[in-house]
Design a binder for this molecule. Structure first.
Ligand code: 5U1
Length: 675
């Protein structure tokens, strides 16, 4: 740790610096809902200060940020004095630190056997306290500095998941539940889309969006934000009996109608903690909201009592953090990449940084509007986010670290690959290379898309091979793939006779893919898999689709004027007609779709949400479509059924408010059987 080997004077100076920095970042995070650095870097500052204070006890100060939680409340809100302080959590960053926590717990309790811990995800949101008096929601407050929070009753009352009145039996006279308000990824994306459309400022991440929504003076603003809560603990409890274990406490909260995490569970000893941590780390991306670790709490509440707390955190609980998904690094340069539809995308070339479990040296900057909105410049220290399989992205800039005269990023006037003019249509955020299939970059991407798993699924035709084939002048369009012969393929670098044979067999199988796959594979702008399936159902052949005018196209579900224009234009372009003719000549004969005429669910519109247990969502979609139904992405007043699995999120709330019939998995099965 950085503390080692410093003179007392050096250590004092560094501690002062760190305290100042931490206090500044506390204000940015807790008061302004606008953090400047990623959590991992904030944690590192705190840990450095803790290490210094450990090594040099004379530096300990009662007002050190290591002894405090959050920030003082903002004076715009009324102050709420917490009856029981709202604590923070100590962190473990690896298995060893977690094992040390477990050892300390057993040592203090004087027990040898494995301790039961209650485990649940640590949400990345805003901690709040909800006070219920005789079962009625009386007051909601933020954590603030742990002693005094902000009164946010007016905004919290707009959250659909928070009951204004508790239900069930044995409701305490005075109950203070504590939990975390958060926003799902889906809600966050929708919110940012709406903000973008309205020309308003977008949010950097769901946590800021959630915290900003709660800490609003106008509750109408909050009402429009898709917020959720999971409750996990207690402050005051009077006039009722307190459960004996943490898990019973969470069950009681649930019985009183408060939302709790569906992933909470009791685990045994450090081994159980390890298993749970690993399991949730693997599922982190599929939860649909941000979590940054797991909270483990000693399950017996009498043991919690005897363990007590240190300055700001209980000794009976710990957050075992996941690897950070956001880090800062320096943006060295920007390159422009040309995609399948000619979109020219700025890509940041970064000083390599380890984030989200991998070393990242390239990250997308999306488009020039985003570059301007975030005000990114060459040489900037930027925040990079890498979450799961999603392409790493630059989410923000640390303006304070900008070097003097940092140059702005400019979109090139000419395509960096083929030299054609780069154009940006009015009203479009994306600039495009006007070279079309004359541009080798567009050709490569079009062929990669054509061969991809969800399109023609040509096994063995990976990105590298496509690059090799196009760069070597062996193919120009997808149709050329079907003219490749064994000798040409076997002669390529990293290919042998066997691989060539396998690829030819895969190409042969691809000749008979369904019409909807072929339509999707052709890469018509705005035609995704669902639209391709609707078009295939409606027109039955490429020929019929090519002859349709825009009016006829718009009769198809999901096809509006913009998509209709793209489809129509595609079939007007000679190069595309030539590729289609050559595909036909090469023996590509798509199977026309079987029409589920008069299916039980014909005309019914479904939305799927949450995780299903007996089938995947894609299986459910296939079953519904096979019965003539239609699956769409969002709930509207045209929706007939919402199929809700585990953790359905805001779609269920919306469905309820619109009076849409809500089915569970069994309900869907029955409907499929009975019609
Ligand atoms: N899930 C969960 N999050 N969280 C945050 N439990 C939990 N407990 C907390 C905090 C700050 O604090 C108690 C251990 C006091």
């Amino acid at each position: 740790m950085a503390a080692k080997g410093k003179s007392l004077q050096q250590a004092r100076r560094r501690a002062e610096e760190l305290r100042e920095q931490i206090a500044y970042h506390d204000r940015r995070y807790h008061r302004d809902d606008d953090p400047e650095i990623p959590d991992a870097e904030y944690d590192a500052l705190r840990r450095e200060l803790e290490a210094l204070e450990d090594e040099y006890p004379e530096l300990n100060q009662p007002d050190s940020p290591t002894r405090q939680v959050g920030a003082r409340p903002d004076s715009a809100f009324a102050e709420v004095r917490h009856e029981v302080p709202m604590l923070s959590l100590g962190n473990a960053f690896d298995e060893q630190e977690m094992a040390e926590f477990d050892r300390r717990v057993r040592e203090r309790l004087g027990v040898d056997e494995a301790v039961d811990y209650h485990a649940e995800p640590k949400l990345d949101g805003l901690a709040v306290s909800l006070l219920y008096v005789n079962g009625r929601l009386e007051r909601a407050a933020t954590r603030g500095d742990g002693q005094t929070g902000e009164d946010v009753t007016h905004t919290v009352k707009t959250l659909p998941g928070i009951p204004h009145k508790l239900k069930g039996k044995e409701i305490p006279e005075r109950l203070e539940a504590r939990g975390e308000i958060f926003m799902t990824h889906e809600g966050f994306q929708q919110l940012n889309e709406r903000a973008r459309e309205a020309g308003e400022k977008t949010f950097v991440n769901p946590r800021n969006a959630a915290a900003g929504a709660v800490r609003q003076l106008d509750p109408e603003v909050t009402r429009k934000r898709p917020l959720e809560i999971h409750c996990y603990g207690l402050g005051t409890l009077q006039g009722g009996s307190a459960p004996e274990t943490q898990s019973a406490l969470v069950d009681a909260l649930k019985d009183w109608g408060l939302p709790v995490s569906p992933h909470g569970r009791v685990v045994k000893g450090i081994e159980g903690c390890r298993e749970y941590h690993e399991e949730l780390l693997g599922r982190r991306e599929s939860l649909g909201y941000d979590i940054d670790g797991i909270v483990f709490k000693v399950n017996r509440r009498d043991w919690q009592q005897s363990l007590g707390q240190v300055s700001r955190a209980p000794r009976w609980a710990i957050a075992w953090k996941f690897p950070a998904q956001e880090k800062t690094t320096v943006l060295r340069a920007v390159k422009f990449q040309v995609g399948r539809t000619g979109a020219v995308t700025p890509v940041a070339r970064l000083e390599p940084v380890f984030v989200g479990g991998a070393t990242v040296s390239n990250a997308t900057l999306h488009n020039m509007d985003e570059v301007r909105r975030k005000d990114v410049r060459i040489g900037d220290t930027v925040i990079v986010r890498r979450a799961g399989d999603v392409i790493p992205e630059v989410v923000g800039v640390i303006r304070e670290k900008r070097p003097k005269n940092a140059p702005e990023i400019e979109m090139p006037a000419k395509c960096p690959v083929c030299g054609s003019q780069v154009e940006r249509e009015a009203g479009e955020v994306v600039a495009r290379c006007s070279g079309g299939l004359a541009c080798p970059a567009q050709r490569k991407e079009a062929i990669k898309h054509f061969a991809s798993r969800r399109a023609m699924d040509i096994d063995g035709l990976g990105d590298k091979l496509v690059d090799q084939l196009v760069s070597g002048g062996l193919i120009e369009t997808p149709a050329d793939l079907f003219r490749l012969d064994h000798d040409t393929l076997a002669g390529l670098e990293r290919m042998g006779g066997k691989s060539a044979e396998n690829l030819l067999a895969a190409l042969d199988r691809a000749r008979y893919r369904s019409l909807d796959r072929l339509l999707f594979a052709l890469g018509i702008r705005e035609v995704g898999e669902a639209t391709a399936a609707s078009l295939a159902r409606e027109f039955g052949s490429l020929e019929a689709l090519g002859e349709a005018d825009e009016e006829a196209l718009q009769k198809v579900e999901d096809v509006g004027p913009v998509v209709a224009a793209h489809i129509h234009r595609f079939f007007q372009q000679p190069i595309n007609l030539q590729v289609i003719a050559e595909l036909e000549k090469a023996g590509v004969k798509p199977e026309p779709p079987a029409r589920p005429q008069g299916g039980k669910l014909t005309g019914k519109r479904f939305v799927l949400t949450g995780s299903l247990s007996g089938m995947t969502r894609s299986e459910a979609k296939q079953k519904i479509e096979a019965a003539g139904g239609k699956v769409t992405g969002s709930v509207s007043n045209k929706t007939d059924y919402l199929v809700a699995g585990d953790e359905p999120g805001s779609k269920k709330d919306r469905a309820e408010s619109l009076g849409v019939t809500i089915l569970d998995e069994g309900g869907l099965e029955r409907l499929l059987q009975d019609g």
